[in-house]
Design a protein around this ligand. Sequence first.
Ligand SMILES: Nc1ncnc2c1ncn2[C@@H]1O[C@H](COP(=O)(O)OP(=O)(O)OP(=O)(O)O)[C@@H](O)[C@H]1O
Length: 274
Amino acid sequence: MVRVSSNGTGEREARPLLEVIRVSKAFGGLMALMEVSLRVWPGQIKGLIGPNGAGKTTLFNLITGTLRPTSGDIRFQGRSIVGLPPYRIAALGIARTFQNVQLFPGMTVLEHVLVGGHRHGHSGMLEAILRAPRMRREEEAARARAWEILERVGLTEWADHPAEGLPLGLQRILEIARALAATPQLLLLDEPGAGLNPSEKARLAELIRQLHQEGITILLVEHDMSLVMGLAEEIAVLDYGRLIAEGPPEVIQRDPRVIAAYLGEEELPHVARG
Ligand SMILES: Nc1ncnc2c1ncn2[C@@H]1O[C@H](COP(=O)(O)OP(=O)(O)OP(=O)(O)O)[C@@H](O)[C@H]1O
């Protein structure tokens, strides 16, 4: 299938960057995902929403290889990635952030980004021990790259601060920076807006738009409806492990199945009606 890419360039993309094909995942007797199929096109910001327990994080875990589907296939750039270990999938160009910020205690902001970029190094163990010139050059290059990423996300002034001392909004941006260090083509963001105040959310949205303009494809799980509706060009909706709707935000927010799925939630999201 040929379709116009949504990256604003108008060029035609021949195939999806990511294809989830009839994927199911069972945890014992519980079907967390049932025959879910979706596509993410190059340059797209795609939203993935659904009530608590719908299977969103499970899908991220399947895509990144921390879980294996019970059935179905997942293809990245046309190639099946099912069964590959997470580090291989990361090396192919898929990076993620986590629903609960996962930072390393005692490490600075800059060190977090350096860790995120470690796959770019080529020096082996022996060279590492001898601290051969090649490794020193790699270290310098890695620091320069990490610094560049901190500039891109606006965190340079925090470079030497311990990451755990950052306000939550900046910790989430740091998680994105660490993911960027692996130069992903596809970035999976798992509820990056959770717990953030409005100005932190605005900054986050600004960064996501910037990454989109830089050409990074983004799959965004987010409970804040105004955030996800404002960013995503297309939204997929999961409910009890099934894909119940998929389409542009203005269609999704009026879809009776989506509204019904959210009616059982304690707090109604900002789904515009009418
Ligand atoms: N490792 C696991 N073992 C058993 N059940 C699990 C496991 N991981 C997830 N589940 C179950 O699978 C279902 C989907 O969970 P998942 O975390 O993917 O939902 P979610 O849409 O990300 O929810 P939330 O919005 O609350 O984060 C839930 O019923 C959950 O309890």
